[in-house]
Design a protein around this ligand. Structure first.
Ligand code: GLU
Length: 410
């Protein structure tokens, strides 16, 4: 099953719960607009590489299209389409005034120079610029993109539209980025985990947590848990993972990450692979890196009781069913990682108002929105006796369907 088919399988389950009209399925299961562009880049050594880029706008009934841009060898049309659809349900679930989109370039940037990445980013932005804009489609960081990349996107867009910080989120603070945005996805994961643990009467302080991925999401999750005194027993990055039953020294790992070194450079710990991390002895598992990592091959070997999806689409449909059958509690991506786009919403509103919030306000508002979405998901799931994923999709779909109908899309 491709990622898009998989997301639509989850969609169908949610849609059935709210008795979505047949004709709505056709509108909500397909993208509104799919742009594929050629991105030629003159490399530093003089050679020319032609990459392929995408911007998929899935649904804009509730507001401008919104979603990240990723640079990854697996970022093809189908994956970006799947992720754009997830953004539609995510922004609706947390009830912020955006639709769903995603962009990507099929590229391995690990051996590219900053200059090559800049040239590629500017080319890509110019190629998709006609479908972007603060009231049309607002990109943000995703896998292998960051505040610097967003600064280039903003600069390229602003070259033809005038200074437009509200055209992109996840920017550097100097260019209208919001204090709190960088940490927002990770903080949101921690808020949701705290809230869910309380609801289930699980003592989070006694839990051992494993985090796959130590990039912008994973490292902030680790920091947040560490601040709460929760033991992080395993983390990993592209190079591999580390495990320590007594808990890892998170600040040391963060220092390594900040100096662009791998977590595997820590000593006094057991070294494990990324696959082993998923199956390690822990109570809470947090995939915070790539999609499709929990599959039919390893789902039965997962020992954690709670899986909280900080990554987008980390669980295949087969694995999702297996986790359900073995009684695991799965907090779905739509809810778990929605802190990122919620933080983007705060950044966008601040840019429009030209008014800066303090980080305390940002975090407080973020917690409110995440808690409201958690409560409604838990309420739906428990009152209908369905998994949280189905509940999250159902809530999102209902809101988008209503807006689509009101706007006359059907
Ligand atoms: N890339 C993030 C996500 O998948 C954030 C998107 C955004 O802020 O627009 O949710």
């Amino acid at each position: 099953m491709t990622p898009f088919e998989s997301v639509n399988t989850f969609f169908d389950r949610g849609a059935q719960l709210i008795h979505l009209k047949d004709e709505m399925y056709d509108v909500l299961k397909t993208s509104y607009r799919e742009v594929q562009v050629q991105v030629p880049v003159r490399m530093d050594n003089g050679s020319l590489h032609v990459y392929t880029g995408y911007r998929i706008q899935h649904n804009g009934a509730r507001g401008p299209y919104k979603g990240g841009i990723r640079y990854h060898p697996q970022a093809d049309l189908d994956e970006v389409r799947a992720l754009a659809s997830l953004m539609t349900w995510k922004t609706a679930l947390v009830d912020i005034p955006f639709g769903g989109a995603k962009g990507g370039i099929t590229v391995d940037i690990s051996n590219m120079s900053p200059h090559e990445i800049e040239v590629m980013t500017r080319r890509f932005t110019n190629a998709i610029g006609h479908v972007l804009g603060p009231a049309r489609d607002i990109p943000a960081p995703d896998l292998n993109t960051n505040a610097q990349v967003m600064a280039w996107v903003m600069d390229a867009y602003s070259a033809s539209h005038g200074y437009t910080p509200q055209s992109v989120t996840g920017k550097p603070l100097e260019l209208g980025g919001a204090p709190g945005r960088e940490a927002a996805t990770g903080r949101g994961v921690v808020y949701v985990l705290e809230g869910a643990a309380k609801h289930w009467d699980v003592d989070l302080q006694a839990c051992r947590v494993a985090i796959q991925g130590f990039g912008n999401v994973g490292s902030w999750v680790a920091r947040g848990l560490d601040e709460l005194g929760v033991k992080v027993v395993a983390v990993s990055d592209v190079k591999g993972g580390v495990y320590c039953a007594n808990g890892l020294d998170v600040s040391r790992l963060v220092r390594l990450g900040d100096s662009r070194r791998s977590v595997i450079e820590t000593d006094g710990v057991d070294h494990i692979s990324n696959e082993e991390l998923l199956e390690c002895d822990c109570d809470v598992l947090i995939p915070a890196a790539l999609g499709d990592v929990i599959t039919a091959d390893n789902a039965e070997k997962i020992r954690a009781d709670i899986v909280i999806e900080a990554a987008n689409h980390p669980t295949t449909t087969e694995a999702d069913a297996m986790l359900r059958d073995t009684g695991k509690r799965v907090i779905p991506d739509l809810l778990a990682n929605a802190g990122g786009v919620t933080g983007s919403y705060f950044e966008w509103t601040q840019n429009i108002q030209q008014f800066k919030w303090k980080e305390e306000r940002f975090n407080e508002e973020l917690r409110d929105i995440m808690m409201r979405a958690l409560d409604s998901t838990l309420f739906f799931a428990e009152s209908r006796d369905v998994p949280m994923r189905d509940a999250a999709f159902a809530i999102g779909i209902e809101r988008v369907a209503r807006a689509s109908k009101l706007r006359g899309y059907v």
